[in-house]
Design a protein around this ligand. Structure first.
Ligand code: ATP
Ligand code: MG
Length: 394
């Protein structure tokens, strides 16, 4: 079987081979290529030690040298080259206590999570598939390498990874693997919130975001976070046609949850502040009816960034809310007309008010907001002279 691999990867493999080391493309890139999908990145596994890799290549970065990973730069592209390793015993289900390097590719493949992620390839040796990955790829199954309970005991995050890959690839989870997830679900409490969040976010961004339901079915949800466990999912149906943006997907997932509780979920899972603030705004406005009138729409537009308002319209449409299509038209008309919908676009600034004799203080901002309110109702008022005339100078 011949697999296309990028020139850069081939150059690295050849150079390692020339020095007498084994080297293969491995993991997700082989899985994705066999599925006809574009791999996100290409990883290389080799019998050479990290120090030998560093010596051999001009430009390298110590990405995770304690775990045997060195990034080799080929032009502008970096490839992670990792030494064959056997993960030692896992401490607290989080990190391997020790990493042992090995000279055996099979050992390296054996430590990997799922059969479909445990294949390696080189032009010289062809596909190396020690654990039935190709068969599982064909029957579209996520199955642990080795005994599932043991593997989830070593690293509990793998349970969420199983669900995440099933959602990304539209694969089922092998019954034995699934039974093990249910049996050892409480182990997830040992995993850091950041790692959990990264998997849940990938899951929500996938073509099957609704499979987040499996996290609940497996009994994993209480160990994700208490607030997450309590999310209301009565009519959970996430339109996979919605743009794969973090804040949009999290907002749909949390659409029936109260604003403060939704924010709590995201905080507990350590999402970034930017995403939290966008989800908060979307959450607040999803449940508000915006009447299909220009004044009300301009008012809503003034409450968020233009791109977030577009996202809100998409969400409302995908949720089948009334007037979503009409709102979109009216929004376009408002934008075409160049109506003011933010303080930035107001024809008058704080400076102008001060120059006109207003005393500094927080009432300057309040007055600007009041004027904005007038302009949202009557866009034709957005002219400096008119607004100066209307301003109450205190
Ligand atoms: P993606 O396309 O999402 O990057 P991937 O398969 O490349 O998928 P990574 O998380 O980038 O996933 O990991 C690369 C490879 O490392 C996996 O294919 C798998 O072989 C191995 N791996 C990653 N995380 C684990 C883990 N927690 N336990 C065991 N093996 C893992
Ligand atoms: Mg990857």
């Amino acid at each position: 079987m011949k697999i296309e691999i990028p020139d850069g990867v081939e150059r690295i493999i050849q150079k390692l081979n020339h020095q007498g080391y084994e080297a293969f493309a491995v993991g997700g890139c082989i899985r994705d290529t066999l599925l006809g999908r574009e791999p996100k990145d290409w990883d290389i596994t080799t019998s050479a030690s990290p120090w030998q890799v560093k010596e051999l290549f001009g430009r390298t970065i110590d990405t995770g040298i304690q775990h045997g990973t060195v990034t080799v730069m080929d032009g502008r592209t970096g490839y992670e080259v990792t030494t064959y390793r056997v993960d030692g015993e896992y401490e607290d289900g989080r990190h391997p206590k020790s990493v042992k390097f090995t000279s055996s590719l099979k050992e390296d493949l054996k430590r990997r999570d799922f059969t479909v992620n445990a294949m390696a390839y080189s032009h010289k040796r062809g596909l190396v598939d020690e654990f039935g990955g190709l068969k599982d790829l064909k029957s579209q199954v996520i199955r642990c390498v080795g005994k599932p309970e043991e593997r989830f005991g070593e690293d509990a995050l793998r349970m969420l990874r199983a669900i995440r890959f099933s959602a990304q690839l539209d694969f089922s989870i092998d019954p034995g693997t699934w039974a093990a997830v249910k049996a050892v679900a409480p182990n997830l409490k040992k995993v850091s919130k950041e790692r959990i969040q990264a998997e849940l976010t990938s899951l929500l961004l996938s073509p099957h975001p609704e499979r987040i339901e499996l996290v609940y079915q497996a009994g994993l949800s209480p160990y994700v976070a208490l607030s997450f466990h309590q999310v209301i999912r009565s009519q959970l149906c996430i339109d996979p046609g919605l743009p794969a943006k973090k804040h949009i997907r999290w907002a749909v997932f949390l659409k029936d949850t109260e604003e403060e509780e939704a924010v709590e979920v995201l905080r507990e899972l350590k999402l970034d502040n930017d995403t939290i603030s966008r989800v908060r705004t979307l959450n607040r406005w999803i449940c508000r009816q915006i009447p299909a009138g220009k004044v009300q729409i301009r008012w809503a537009m003034s409450q968020m960034e233009p791109s977030l308002f577009d996202d809100l319209l998409l969400l409302k449409k995908s949720l089948g809310q009334p007037w979503a299509t009409e709102m979109k038209w009216l929004t376009e008309e408002i934008r075409k007309a160049g109506d003011c919908t933010s303080l930035k676009e107001l024809a008058i600034s704080g400076k102008d008010l001060l120059a006109a004799g207003m005393k500094p203080g927080k009432h300057v901002g309040e007055e600007l907001n009041r004027l904005l309110g007038l302009v949202l109702e009557r866009p034709e008022l957005n002219q400096k002279e008119i607004l100066l005339h209307l301003a109450v100078l205190r």
